[in-house]
Design a binder for this molecule. Structure first.
Ligand code: GDP
Length: 432
């Protein structure tokens, strides 16, 4: 999906605008700066067109960190969005921070729209006009709180929104897109450097691709891959605050562009909540997943035993993800990454023909019928794979299936078809 990112200083009304666009009644707006929400990407729709809305508003730094934080927000938006919506408070006018962001935005090769927020009635419109001075073109007067002008602005934005994300266009036959994720210091950039250093190809103009400057194309295992948002991996951003939110924003945005994620874990340290949070983001995004256990050269026997236990306990929900044990430093087993990526993508792309899937369902329900619930026994009438990437199945049933029974269906799907490296989704439609 194409991506629209909302950027602006704290308190200009980004959250209110996000709520307005998502059509939420209960505004999550609070007048307290510093309120953080860790969701950054939302599925949104306007006039029947779907897009991803990236909200940078969860990150509201105090005055001391404002410039760095807002610049970092803008930078993420510029790197990863198809269209940027820059919000200014028309009651305040353009501040030095706004001017600073504008400089970054003007360098960006992206459509940028300027929303002059808090124009609650016509009398305030001249304040919006004053923002022509920013040099970003026409300021669109809106009131995120009252909804004024928002629909018109969205109509105009949608005209500039690509049908599919610029990145997704590369899809057909182009290099597959990989995101390298992980918390700081696990070895992401070492991995990237090792991979690029050994097998870098100079691919400037690969036919049919529009290369994004923040991505890098690297040949591995005889194939070219696009590693997305490598700029974000190589560049170290030092923020006194908001570092977690920034990391989470980058992770979500990179996932948006990728087809498969390599989550890098550091074997010398316990698996942390941050690691698990990153894996959760991958699962939420529906992308394929490979786990890379890095710094294997530093692993001793004691730690190894602990690690095995941790994997069993903490990673039980992703046993289907291929694992590679590597050392970005020595290059150990790096060559195993490619088959793991290929396997995960193959699973992610899989389509099971409807006939075959129904034969599978018939066998599964015969072997283990749904238990009787309150005198009724829901039956699975029919099923189909509604989508791939990731494989998504729909079961038509005569009643609500127990969560346990749905897990059974998932388990059997994996037993029969594997789907290594891909999440699978099983939905239900009850037919009365
Ligand atoms: P990033 O923050 O995830 O990009 O992590 P870096 O790639 O910057 O690595 C963090 C530190 O771990 C650096 O000092 C690396 O040299 C070191 N490192 C990375 N991979 C390995 C590895 O496989 N083995 C060892 N011994 N050190 C590693």
């Amino acid at each position: 999906l194409p991506v629209l990112a909302i950027v602006g200083r704290p308190n200009v009304g980004k959250s209110a605008l996000v709520n307005r666009i998502l059509g939420r009644r209960e505004a999550v707006v609070e007048d307290v700066p510093g309120v953080t929400r860790d969701r950054v990407a939302y599925k949104a729709e306007w006039n029947g067109r779907r897009f991803t809305l990236v909200d940078t508003g969860g990150w509201e730094p105090d005055a001391s960190g404002i410039n760095a934080a807002v610049a970092a927000q803008a930078e993420v938006a510029i790197d990863l969005a198809d269209v940027v919506l820059f919000v200014v408070d028309s009651n305040v006018g353009a501040t030095a921070t706004d001017e600073h962001v504008v400089k970054l935005l003007r360098k960006a090769n992206r459509p940028v729209f300027l929303a002059a927020n808090k124009v609650d009635d016509t009398r305030q419109e001249p304040q919006a006009s004053a923002l022509w001075s920013l040099g970003l073109g026409e300021p669109y007067p809106v009131s995120a709180l009252h909804g004024r002008g928002v629909a018109d602005l969205l109509d105009i934005i949608m005209q500039k929104m690509p049908e599919v994300s610029n990145v997704a266009k590369q899809e057909v036959g182009g290099p597959r897109r990989v995101a390298i994720l992980g918390r700081p210091n696990v070895g992401k950039s070492s991995l990237l450097n090792k991979a690029a250093g050994e097998e870098r190809v100079v691919v400037n103009e690969l036919a049919g691709t529009t290369r994004d400057p923040v991505d890098e194309q690297i040949e591995l295992g005889g194939k070219v891959w696009t590693f997305v948002d490598t700029a974000g991996i190589r560049k170290r951003v030092h923020l006194s605050q908001g570092a977690d939110f920034y990391a989470s924003l980058r992770t979500s945005a990179a996932l948006e562009k990728a087809e498969v994620a390599v989550v890098v874990l550091d074997v010398t340290e316990p698996i942390s909540t941050q690691d698990l949070r990153i894996i959760d983001l991958v699962l939420e995004s529906g992308r394929a997943l490979v786990l890379a256990f890095n710094k294997w050269d530093l692993l001793d026997d004691d730690r190894r035993r602990y690690l095995e236990r941790e994997i069993e306990q903490d990673l039980a929900h992703v046993t289907w993800a291929p694992r590679v044990n590597i050392s970005a430093r020595t290059g150990r087993h790096l060559e195993k990454l490619v088959p793991a990526l290929e396997l995960a993508l193959e699973s992610w792309d899989t389509r099971i023909p409807t006939g075959k899937f129904n034969a599978f369902l018939a066998e599964l329900t015969a072997a283990h019928p749904h238990p009787v619930r309150g005198g009724k026994q829901p039956r699975v009438l029919f099923g189909t794979q509604a989508a791939s990437r990731p494989p998504t199945f729909v079961l038509f049933t005569t009643g609500f299936l127990d969560p346990g029974y749905r897990r059974y269906v998932q388990r059997r799907l994996r037993e029969i078809y594997g789907f290594e490296g891909s999440p699978i989704v099983v939905n239900m439609r009850v037919r009365e």
